[in-house]
Structures are given as C-alpha cells and as structure tokens.
Write a protein that binds this ligand. Structure first.
Ligand code: SF4
Ligand code: SF4
Length: 485
C-alpha cells in the first residue's frame, strides 16, 4: 500500500467500522467479567522492560531504608501532614512548594503525554510493574502459558486446580502483604513501622488494621481486578483521548505495510496477490494484557506495554520480513511513511520538560533552612512604655528544617535604629532541635520617631551566630494618632 496524506487517512478512518470502540475486551455481552489469558511475551522490549522493572522494584523496596542524616530519604506522612523529600522536611508552611510542584507535575504529564504517549504506563507505572513483572510472572510459573491457563480455567475443581489456585493465591496475598508493609513505611517511616510489627498487636490495632486492609486491596487489584485498573479506574488513562494527537508517539500498527492482511502460505508471492506483511496470526492480540487488537488503531485501553511489538517482531523474523510492523511511532508517520520520531515538535516539548524540571529542582534547592512566623499576641493592646516609646508583643514559631540542632537569634534590620527586640524574659538565643520548631514570644519597643503611620513595617533577621540565614517581615501597630514631638 502507498503512503497516504493525513486527510486521506482521516477520511478512511471515519469510514472504518469503529464498532470495536463500543465494547471493552474485558467485559462480555452480558456485562460480566471476561478474564484475559495473555500469552507470555518474549523479545527485546520485554527484556528491557524486565530489566527496568527490576531496577524500579529495587528502588521501591530500597528507598524506605535510605536515610540522609537522621531523616528518611522519602516519607509522605499524610496522617500527620509531615512530608520528607530528599531527607528535607516539608512543613505546612512549605505548602506553596507543593502547589507549584503539583502545577508543574500536571504540565509535565500533559506535555510528556502529548509528545510520548503512554510511555509512563508501559515502563514506569507501579500498576504495570507489579502486574506484568511480578504477579503475571508468578502466574506463568504456576499455571503455565496462555493455553495451559485456558485449560486450567475450564477444568473442573480437581486436585490439580485446587493445588494451583491455593498456591498461586497464597503467594499473591503474601506479596500484597509485603507491598502493604512497604506502603506503610512510606507513610510512617521504618521506625514506627517496626514498632507496629514488633510490639504487642493490641498496642497497634489501628496500624495493623491498615496493613490488613491495604493487603486486601492490593490482593484484590492484582489477583482479580488487574487490567481493569488501567481501563476503567486510572484517570491518566481516561485523559489519553484528550491529550494524544496524531503526532504523539504511540504503539502503532503500520497498516500501510501490513494490509491487506492474509494468512501466510509458503512459496506464495504476497506482493503479487496484493497482500501486506501482516499474516493475521493474531499473536499481537494473544499477548495483549488489555485484550485489544492494536491493528484497529490507537485505543484508550493500550498501556504501551510493547508485548505486541515483540510478538509481531518474532513473526516478522520467521517470515523474513523487516521488524517494526508494530512499533513506537506516530499515526502521522505511519500514514506518511516517514520515520522521524524526534521531530522539532518533540524536541521543543523536551526543552519545556527540562525547564519544568529545572524550576522544580530550583524550588527544592532554594528552600530556606529556617523559617519563622511572627503573629501579634491576640488581645494584647498597644502599650505606651514612656512618652516616646510604644511596645507590641508577638508570638513566634521558629522552624529548623535542617537535620542538625541549631541556635538562632533575632535582630531587627529595619528600622535600623530606635527599635529594641526583647525575648520575653529569656535569653536571646533560641535552641531549635533538628526538624523541629520552637515557639516563644518577643516584645518590640519602637520610638515614635521611627513610626511611619498607624502601622510600621519591620524587617527582622534570623541569625545563626553572626550569619544572617533568613529575614522575615512583620508590622508594628502604633497609636491611632502619631504623637506630637
Ligand atoms: S503479530 Fe504482526 S503479523 Fe501477526 S497478526 Fe499481529 S500484526 Fe499481523
Ligand atoms: S496493544 Fe500492544 S502495547 Fe498496547 S496494551 Fe496491548 S500488547 Fe500492550
């Protein structure tokens, strides 16, 4: 078949039978679950993805044990609103960084998806990693490949089936239990997790219940729900229709090369018969974990797992045809016969992604190690100390975001004279333990000479020894009428 221009392809697409889009491969005509038994994929992409999954699993199971100073590398304690990223504590006062990070995250996902489609789903998503590289591998090991699994599912409940089902589900639950333990470590840290598992169960009923509930959820998702999580639940999957366009890199079937499909017959001149390279062997469908036929075109169910690429490449090798009948490519490239993936557009998107990552890294690095909040003591009136001096009292919270104990003191920077800062009845030095906050109170005495109106802006420096580590702004409330000199 000759390459076609985009308009021609769009016209043909609209005329094509699109009824496959009306149904989901995992639900039958009566609305019941249609269990899939995908064939075990084999090939270069599967090997690369397997290696990638080992690396990501090692990272997932290793991170809770990595510490920076005394702090965990990563802890997301949503229960106590305590977040530690790269060993740095993020307090509720750092919430703006989270908001900006979320905005950057959404932009990043959108731009990444427009350029590279669902690359994330196939290579990085934890659902795919655990489903395809952990659970499915165990299933192949116990139940065998697709045909043996089909035979087992149709088998009556005899000794073999009971033994295999009990063994498989016991291992599945054990892995779900391990995942839920690590999940908990990410939330409460390894120290608190160890207390839960080593103390008497009656002392940690809440934590243990959480563990059992999450084990049950993970078991349900990976043993039964499976690809439905990607097809029905995942919001990222649902957004694909809005984010992908004809230039996005997807798993694409080259219909120009493949059609007209037809069974393979030795010593047959396919070209002379007008047949394409697709021998209609159905291997790409048999390996698909979401039960779709990629030859129908890009579909929301496709998680870019590359299993169909490997399956088809193996067939192409056997039929002495070039690999890549199914490959990573854009729909426009397939239609036009071009093969350039790193187009100017993709390079521009990559530049945007790099800038976004740079902004996020800057936000993390430039975050101050110390922060103070000054608030006027509620109900505390303005006090006239003498004819020319008034005082305001403030409560403060001084937060040490580092992993070392620190000693700070306050010093007024602006106005540079006519103002005194006194720490209510205590030494001016404030000790703040690592990753903790220290509350206290101070009184500011301000000369009327320095007042600029009813409120006067004050700049206070936070010093560690002689070093100014941070500044903060507050205001001094003076009398309604500026006293006469
Ligand atoms: S694996 Fe390749 S040759 Fe076989 S049906 Fe799929 S696209 Fe056609
Ligand atoms: S169509 Fe191919 S890449 Fe997409 S989910 Fe199925 S096997 Fe994986």
């Amino acid at each position: 078949m000759k390459a076609k221009d985009t308009e021609e392809v769009l016209k043909e697409t609209l005329e094509m039978d699109q009824s496959f889009r009306d149904t989901v491969g995992t639900i039958d005509d009566k609305g019941s679950r249609n269990f899939l038994f995908p064939k075990k994929p084999q090939g270069r992409y599967t090997d690369r993805r397997q290696a990638m999954s080992y690396l990501l699993l090692a990272i997932f199971f290793g991170i809770p044990f990595i510490k920076i100073g005394d702090q965990p590398f990563l802890m997301l304690n949503v229960l106590e609103r305590k977040f530690i990223i790269f060993g740095q504590i993020f307090w509720p006062e750092d919430f703006f960084i989270f908001v900006i990070a979320m905005i950057i995250g959404v932009l990043f996902v959108a731009v990444f998806t427009v350029a590279f489609g669902r690359l994330f789903c196939g290579w990085i998503c934890p659902q795919t990693i655990f489903m395809e590289h952990v659970y499915r591998r165990i299933e192949y090991w116990i139940d065998g490949d697709r045909n043996q699994q089909l035979r087992l599912s149709r088998m009556p409940w005899n000794k073999e089936k009971i033994r295999k089902r009990v063994l498989k589900n016991s291992i599945f639950f054990a892995i779900a239990f391990i995942i839920s333990n690590f999940f908990l470590m990410y939330i409460i840290g390894t120290k608190d997790w160890w207390e839960i598992v080593s103390d008497k169960p009656s002392e940690h009923l809440g934590g243990l219940s959480g563990m059992v509930i999450f084990s049950g959820i993970f078991f349900f998702v990976f043993a039964w729900f499976r690809e439905q999580a990607c097809i029905i639940v995942c919001p990222y999957g649902r957004l694909q229709g809005a984010m992908l366009d004809r230039n996005s890199v997807v798993i694409a079937y080259d219909y120009i090369r493949g059609e007209k499909r037809g069974k393979f017959r030795k010593s047959e001149d396919r070209e002379a018969l007008g047949k394409g390279d697709c021998i209609d062997c159905n291997q790409c469908v048999d390996v698909c974990p979401t039960g779709i036929d990629i030859r129908n075109g890009t579909q929301l169910e496709c998680i870019n797992c590359t299993a169909c690429i490997d399956a088809c490449d193996n067939i192409m090798d056997k039929t002495n045809k070039p690999r890549g009948l199914i490959r990573y490519d854009s729909e426009n490239n397939v239609a036009s016969g071009k093969s350039e993936i790193f187009t100017g557009r993709v390079k521009a998107y990559m530049a945007i992604l790099t800038i976004l990552l740079g902004v996020f890294a800057y936000l993390l690095i430039s975050r101050a190690d110390v922060e103070a909040i000054f608030l006027r003591v509620p109900g505390q009136p303005l006090i006239q100390v003498d004819e020319n001096t008034y005082s305001n009292a403030y409560n403060f919270k001084l937060i040490n975001k580092t992993s070392e104990d620190k000693v700070y003191h306050f010093q007024v920077i602006e106005p540079s004279e006519g103002i005194v800062l006194e720490r209510a009845g205590e030494s001016e030095l404030i000790e703040v333990r690592a990753s903790e906050l220290s509350p206290g109170a101070v009184i500011l005495y301000l000369d009327t000479e320095q007042m600029t109106g009813m409120t006067t802006d004050i700049t206070i420096g936070i010093y560690e020894g002689e070093v100014l580590v941070e500044t903060l702004e507050t205001s001094f409330t003076g009398p309604f009428i500026k006293p006469k000199k």
